[in-house]
Design a protein around this ligand. Structure first.
Ligand code: SME
Length: 158
């Protein structure tokens, strides 16, 4: 297992994703525990991109329950269809929110959050968790993030 993540100084976000993708693969290969791997993925994304909050919510019955994360303390439970996370779960799709103030029902775990991306993790087409990333900057997520974050979380599907 790699012990340190190699970060390219001043690289574009896309180049940084390209750089960390194989490192994440190496970091979690050989480890079958999904929670442990979610924890390390959160740590890498936080360390490389300094996002405000990076973490996973895990589907448990009719709720999402807080999983491994990096950042300030967060809400522990989110109902199906609630907030950005619960909506991404219900609609089984990636949601990018350029400005959280314009998303009806956005759950503000941190008053500093300005934009957000949520990626559903699926097994056999069914959502079993979501990856949620918050930024203190408006409009901080694009299709580049959804493309690479999807590639990153594919490593969790074992
Ligand atoms: N903003 C999210 C809640 C989770 S926190 O951002 C960590 C939402 O609306 O679902």
């Amino acid at each position: 297992m790699a012990e340190k993540i190699d970060i390219i100084p001043h690289a574009s976000r896309e180049d940084q994703y390209k750089n960390i993708l194989p490192q994440i693969k190496a970091l979690i290969e050989g480890e079958t525990d999904t929670i442990a791997n979610m924890a390390n993925i959160s740590a890498v994304l936080k360390e490389v991109f300094h996002f405000l909050w990076v973490g996973f919510y895990i589907v448990k019955k009719d709720e999402l329950v807080l999983g491994p994360f990096q950042g300030p303390v967060a809400c522990t439970r989110i109902k199906y269809g609630r907030g950005v996370c619960g909506t991404a779960w219900k609609e089984n799709r990636i949601i990018i929110v350029p400005d959280v103030n314009t998303f009806a029902g956005h759950i503000a775990c941190s008053s500093e959050s300005r934009s957000e991306i949520v990626i559903p993790l699926r097994r056999h087409g069914e959502v079993f968790a979501v990856l949620d990333i918050d930024s203190e900057f408006e409009n901080n997520f694009t299709e580049t993030d959804s493309t690479y974050l999807e590639l990153i979380i594919k490593n969790l599907l074992k």
